[in-house]
Design a protein around this ligand. Sequence first.
Ligand SMILES: [Zn+2]
Length: 93
Amino acid sequence: MALDSPAYRALRAELRDVWTAQQAPCWVCAQPIDYLAPAHDPEALDVDHVKPRSTHPHLELDRNNCRPSHVRCNRSRGNRPPRPAIGTVTEQW
Ligand SMILES: [Zn+2]
């Protein structure tokens, strides 16, 4: 995954500017994001991919596939969809 590619960094910086101006809330939990928090703070902004990069690498640089989320929410969500599709078993541990 090319998370450190110049193209991805540029997109990330651009989205951060847009979302900071909008004070966009987290799309996972709908709570405000602390746009001034340090990068690895759990309340800081993270760019979440609606369709995970692991399964949709071609959408990594598609801004329509990006949503603002908390670092903690993005981490906890992983590659699962925000809501499980009806009829799928998601709690198999
Ligand atoms: Zn959140």
